[in-house]
Design a protein around this ligand. Structure first.
Ligand SMILES: [Zn+2]
Length: 75
């Protein structure tokens, strides 16, 4: 029994880990959609006329402990 709502090409998958994000008809996307993958946390940006692009989340790798080394005051 085929309902016909979800043909295989309408499955939108994460561009990084291929997890199924959602199903939609090809014309259902009228503008950009941003959806974060619940598995790998990659932000998938879907546009109707483009292949999904991936923006990796800005991980908190910028540590703020990069303080300049203390120098003794100049005499
Ligand atoms: Zn993913």
């Amino acid at each position: 029994m085929n309902i016909g709502l979800t043909p295989p090409d309408s499955q939108v998958r994460c561009g990084t880990c291929r997890r199924l994000l959602f199903c939609a008809e090809p014309d259902a996307i009228a503008a950009a959609i941003r959806i974060k993958c619940p598995r790998c946390k990659a932000l998938n940006i879907l546009r109707p006329d483009r292949a999904p692009t991936i923006e990796r989340p800005a991980r908190q790798t910028e540590r703020r402990d990069a303080c300049p080394p203390r120098r003794p005051p100049d005499p």
